[in-house]
Design a protein around this ligand. Structure first.
Ligand code: HAM
Length: 426
């Protein structure tokens, strides 16, 4: 008989388990705490949407929409796409439900992009993010950026640079794109192969091309900040001053146009220098003051950011930060050789009191259960054998003590609570 195939996770995806487990749990808990402190509500939307949500949202000409979306037809013949990012879905939900303004949503979501997998770049990655709809007050730009910044600080990340730019509103942006297109047309033969073909459809993409040929052309070309109208320039100045007023330094990067078509005015990206030059963006975002309208809603300003969980963890690791982000140790491990319900009742009682408790199963030998107890990392083992059961007692063993005599203590069931509380300092 042939062996059944052992399946692997799909290329560019990964399973989160083992040591990664507490890091993920900690990361989510810390972000949820920040979102709560800043007044955001958790919003969950479906993992797939009608393809139009993304085509209209992020732009049909964006690389993600053109080359990377997971598109499928369901059994009813509708065309859907797995979400490649979080913003368009949140705005679709906002337009659909018309919540009161300002609408402040946070999310944790997988995102799917058919990319060439490499370190820090996956086909399924996970983002933590926020979106605010209903105001173009520069104070909200500052708030969104500062939430990300303080979150990174709480994760222990240092050497993070905040790069910022303004794309202006549609008219400033439109004027800039026209001039840029003309400039690129004049120098089209000097562009990289890909952009010789595509510059006319989406000239902004050439600005963040990493190839020397494109760099050389755009270095001498028009610069976005010169195209801002008075209102957009004032808005941008207020954002930068606001950030400075709370001690957050921002670096102007006129090339920062980002990969989706929905951006207007403020755009920003956080770069972790510890990650070197490739895949070093740990987060990014910006304003999208026309997106709600593009998705059929009333004109409503919006801004948000998304941050890749995997990249945040890589940045921590690159900085040598190895501490688990959340304490997930067990308090108690219950060892039972009676095979009766006494362990079930004890475990239930201790968990109700708030202790983290695990136990062995299958009524194995004392020795093998103690091995599991040692491996579990629990602070205390509680042993119940026939003798203890007959006497209505429990043997309590401090698993961190080397002194066998001292480590072990027999206590009556009624004294267990006090003895445990004393040992665990709870
Ligand atoms: P994004 O820059 O495409 O923006 O993605 C946000 C973050 O997700 C990136 O900075 C990076 O940390 C992570 N990321 C993106 N692609 C991958 C990948 N293939 N593998 C691993 N990590 C990745 C957005 O998605 C926008 N929705 C952000 C936003 C929110 N703008 C306004 N509101």
């Amino acid at each position: 008989m042939t062996e059944p195939t052992v399946f692997q996770s799909p290329v560019g995806t990964h399973d989160v388990m083992g040591e990664q487990s507490a890091l993920w749990e900690g990361m989510l808990a810390i972000f949820a705490q920040f979102a709560y402190r800043y007044g955001f509500q958790l919003v969950h939307t479906p993992m797939f949407e009608e393809i139009g949500v993304f085509n209209r949202g992020i732009g049909e000409n964006s690389d993600v929409a053109k080359k990377e979306m997971y598109v499928f037809e369901d059994r009813g013949g509708r065309t859907y796409a797995l979400r490649p990012e979080g913003t368009a879905s949140i705005v679709r939900a906002f337009v659909q439900h018309q919540p009161t303004l300002p609408f402040k949503a946070w999310y944790m979501t997988p995102a799917f992009r058919y990319e060439r997998p490499q370190a820090g770049r996956y086909r399924q990655h996970h983002q933590l993010g926020v979106e605010v709809l209903g105001t173009d007050d520069p104070a909200v730009d500052v708030e969104v950026i500062s939430l990300a910044w303080r979150f990174y600080q709480a994760l222990g990340l240092t050497n993070i640079r905040l790069m910022i730019n303004s794309m202006g509103h549609q008219e400033c942006r439109g004027r800039f794109v026209d001039v840029l297109r003309e400039e690129l047309f004049e120098h089209r033969e000097q562009l990289c192969d890909e952009h010789q073909r595509t510059y006319a459809d989406n000239p902004l993409r050439v600005l963040d091309c990493k190839k020397d040929e494109c760099r050389a052309v755009t270095d001498d070309g028009p610069s976005l900040p010169d195209f801002l109208c008075a209102d957009c320039a004032a808005h941008f100045a207020r954002v930068r001053d606001g950030l400075a007023s709370i001690g957050i330094e921002s670096e102007l990067n006129p090339r920062l146009v980002r990969g989706f078509d929905y951006y207007t005015r403020t755009t920003f990206e956080f770069v972790a220098d510890a990650l070197g030059n490739a895949q070093n963006a740990i987060g990014g975002g910006g304003r999208y003051d026309k997106l709600a309208e593009q998705l059929g809603g009333k004109p409503t300003s919006g801004i948000g950011f998304g941050s890749g969980i995997e990249r945040l963890l890589l940045a921590r690791a690159a900085q040598g930060l190895t501490d688990p982000l959340i304490e997930r140790g067990l308090d108690v491990f219950v060892v039972d050789t009676t095979g009766e319900d006494v362990a079930t009742a004890l475990v239930d009682d201790l968990r109700s009191q708030g202790y983290a408790v695990d136990r062995a199963y299958d009524a194995r030998s004392m020795k093998s259960q103690m091995k599991v107890a040692d491996r579990s990392g629990a602070r205390v083992a509680l042993l119940i054998g026939p003798q203890e059961q007959a006497a209505g007692e429990i043997t309590m063993r401090d698993l961190r003590s080397d002194d066998f005599e001292q480590a072990q203590l027999r206590v009556g069931r009624s004294e267990l609570g006090a003895a445990l509380a004393q040992l665990l300092g709870k």
